[in-house]
Design a binder for this molecule. Structure first.
Ligand code: KG4
Ligand code: ZN
Length: 351
């Protein structure tokens, strides 16, 4: 298994890592850009790609140093090349091509979402397949049936917002801070999760899809009241300034309970419908403590082993890219220097 340098720049984290094969992580370095995007309460693509340009080279140097190797020891370069923000992806893909060419080692493009699903095996052992896998991040929310690390069939996905995006919007409405997920989690810890009646979308008993737009709108109305008028003319009777600290915490806790319940319900139905030797998860929202404990309870009740990555491998990182990349390289599936950055790419295109 090759000593692989992984590069990840699909959104707002500039990350590099070195792995010894698919599971053994030698180093993982992440430079977040939260400071740059906080002002806008969301990722600004142009700012993100410029920051990657500035930060990526020192991050790569540091990942190689922390791995205790030198660049000339690297045997393969893996890069997250799809899906993501196109300008951000291009920075990582260009750096990866330059390194692969100058070191004369194989290059491989890695699907970002499959890499998230590979994360539970990092610093641990291989996943037992078939698996039911939940992916919940800022851009994606879906449940898959996986028969191997590179084979995932979509069972259901969100029909509107990703759950991480809903957390981020909720944090903006409650002026809780940025990034939204951890901010809502902190605020919710002081709140009563039954205080506010918010909806949990169920899209019919035969569907495994998710919806978070209704929950988001219900939270907006709970914060600001029901508006009069339509569209741009609509006027809300209240503002967030009318919510005291206790009310904000209750709203955050109620929102978090509903968002997490929607995810766990979907996973439960997926487990009931398919053969699974493990229940896996990946993506930034899996850093949420309530979600992790609810999945643990579910896995116990269904008698299936739960495989969740530690927090550092839930959010965007390059160890998951290097790990999955080394698996691809060792099975001969490398790419040429014509490797493209691709903004949209369903998991079905991954293999
Ligand atoms: O996987 P990730 O780092 O980037 C994407 O590929 O999107 O996920 C980022 C998302 C953000 O929406 C962030 O608010 C959410 O994960 N997130 C959380 C938590 N930590 C990060 N959501 C809920 N609870 C958390 N503790
Ligand atoms: Zn991600």
């Amino acid at each position: 298994m090759p000593l692989t340098l992984g590069i990840e720049t699909s959104c707002d984290e500039s990350a590099a890592a070195v792995t010894d094969g698919p599971q053994r992580v030698r180093s993982s370095v992440i430079a977040t850009q939260h400071d740059l995007h906080a002002l806008y309460a969301g990722v600004v693509p142009e700012i993100a790609s410029r920051a990657h340009l500035q930060r990526l080279t020192p991050v790569i140097t540091e990942a190689v140093r922390q791995a205790g190797v030198s660049l000339s020891d690297i045997e393969a370069i893996a890069v997250g090349n799809r899906p993501g923000l196109i300008g951000s992806l291009l920075v990582g893909v260009s750096a990866a091509k330059a390194l692969a060419w100058s070191l004369d080692v194989p290059l491989v493009g890695v699907h970002h979402l499959l890499a998230h699903l590979h994360a539970p095996s990092l610093d641990d052992g291989e996943i037992a397949f078939p698996a039911v896998s939940i992916l919940a991040s800022g851009g994606h929310t879906a449940v898959y049936h996986q028969t191997g690390p590179l084979e995932a069939t979509l069972l259901g996905g969100t029909i509107d917002d990703a759950v991480g995006e809903a957390f981020d919007k909720a944090a903006t409405m409650l002026e809780a801070g940025y990034p939204g997920g951890p901010a809502i989690e902190r605020l919710a810890a002081r709140g009563n999760d039954r205080a506010v009646d918010l909806p949990i979308a169920r899209l019919g008993k035969d569907r495994l899809d998710f919806s978070f737009a209704g929950l988001k709108t219900a939270l907006l109305y709970a914060v600001r009241g029901t508006p009069t008028g339509r569209g741009r003319q609509s006027v809300f009777p209240r503002s967030i300034a009318d919510c005291d600290a206790d009310r904000r915490a209750d709203l955050a806790a109620s929102f978090q309970r509903c968002a997490v319940s929607a995810l766990v319900d979907g996973v439960e139905r997926a487990l009931d419908r398919t053969e699974a030797r493990s229940l896996c998860g990946g993506g930034g929202v899996l850093a949420n403590t309530l979600l992790r404990s609810r999945l643990e309870a579910l896995a116990q009740s269904k008698d299936v082993p739960l495989r969740l990555p530690p927090m550092k491998y839930c959010v965007d990182n390059a160890a998951m890219i290097a790990g999955l990349g080394s698996l691809l390289v060792s099975s001969g599936r490398t790419d040429g220097l014509d490797l493209q950055a691709i903004a949209r790419s369903p998991v079905g295109d991954a293999a």
